[in-house]
Design a binder for this molecule. Structure first.
Ligand SMILES: NC(=O)c1ccc[n+]([C@@H]2O[C@H](COP(=O)([O-])OP(=O)(O)OC[C@H]3O[C@@H](n4cnc5c(N)ncnc54)[C@H](O)[C@@H]3O)[C@@H](O)[C@H]2O)c1
Length: 318
């Protein structure tokens, strides 16, 4: 089995990856600085079956030590500051972690050698679609928020390290994830929490912004497939094809919970809010043979049920 080094493994998507990797019998090392968004409770299910280092990815010496001691084959780089609204309030930590942190990891990979470096980017690097159309892997990057600028920089750094130093980097650009264990500052857990507590449910502007909703287990599954079958230097969009307006996502959640749409409160729009993202996923389907399995309706039912059953965890985070 492969030796995997997973950054940000205590986060929302990274922890799903670690739980699946441990189940599959891989040797897993996790590095995570345990920011406000990191939580070892997400990894309880995988306990004792992975090595954990509480390390900041911007700490060059600590990262080098992990590479020397663990000699990983594959790095899956999830660690990031991930919340757009926080990046609007203060971009600095986003530039530090997302750009410098990625640089430190790429340098370590260049120095110590690695079989694959899976650089997790995002659909947000493309900027916004105003109307119809889709982003292809060849679409020029045009990020809007400090978050997406930091991710686009990390994305391009990864590709530069492949081209310049032949570090075997593969770039993955997933769409909007939802599912269990997401930190309750993001739309889905916020709506569930507020709805259950009979509070007003805030929706930006008129809720017309469109995102492509990908169940977290599907995203992780795509990354496993790409790590196994993808080629260095390539970019893969990973989306579900399930485009929804925010207002429809909120209404779906309220309906599952049996709550009234009267709880919805339209609030002032996010600054620079991108209108729509949509990924063309022909390449990942044709070359990797991956396709999302979980339909939005089914994934959202599962997600709402999970939060209802884990309200204690959410309460500790709010
Ligand atoms: N959530 C989505 O919808 C989505 C969509 C596309 C791409 N992505 C990307 O996927 C990755 C994971 O996203 P997420 O939603 O799970 O994020 P998250 O915020 O839930 O988790 C991020 C993890 O990284 C850790 N971390 C933060 N700064 C660190 C640092 N300096 N050193 C080490 N660890 C650090 C945190 O402690 C946390 O465990 C990110 O790269 C994000 O940009 C997310």
């Amino acid at each position: 089995m492969e030796k995997l080094l997973v950054t940000g493994g205590a986060g929302f998507i990274g922890s799903e990856f670690v739980r699946q990797a441990v189940k599959q019998g891989h040797t897993v090392t996790v590095i995570d600085k345990l920011s406000y968004a990191g939580d070892m409770e997400r990894l309880k299910e995988a306990e004792h079956n992975f090595i954990f280092h509480k390390v900041d990815v911007t700490d060059r010496e600590a990262v080098q030590h992990v590479f020397e001691s663990g000699k990983p084959d594959i790095i899956i780089h999830w660690a990031a500051e991930s919340h757009v609204d926080r990046s609007i309030v203060d971009p600095s930590p986003f530039l530090d972690t997302n750009i410098k942190g990625t640089l430190v990891l790429l340098e370590a990979a260049r120095h110590y050698g690695i079989r694959r470096f899976i650089n997790i980017s995002t659909d947000e690097v493309y900027g916004e679609l105003k109307g119809e159309g889709q982003f292809h892997e060849t679409t020029p990057l045009n990020p809007s928020s400090p978050y997406s600028v930091s991710k686009a920089s990390a994305d391009m750094l990864g590709r530069a390290y492949h081209r310049t130093y032949e570090v075997p980097v593969i770039t993955v650009r997933p769409s909007n994830n939802y599912g269990p264990w997401q930190y309750p500052e993001k739309l889905v857990p916020v709506v569930i929490w507020k709805a259950l507590h009979n509070e007003r449910v805030p929706v930006y502007a008129k809720g017309e912004n469109v995102r492509e909703w990908l169940f977290v287990a599907d995203c992780v599954n795509a990354v496993f497939e790409i790590a196994t079958n993808g080629n260095p230097g390539e970019i893969y969009n990973v989306g579900s094809g399930e485009e929804k307006r925010n207002i429809d996502v909120v209404k779906t959640i309220l309906q599952i919970l049996g709550k009234s749409e009267d709880q919805i409160e339209f609030v002032k729009d996010r600054l620079g809010h991108d209108f729509r993202y949509s990924l063309n996923c022909h390449k990942v389907r044709e070359e990797i043979g991956w396709k999302a399995k979980v339909l939005f309706a089914e994934g959202m039912e599962k997600t709402v049920k999970w939060y209802v059953d884990h309200m204690d965890w959410v309460k500790r985070k709010i």
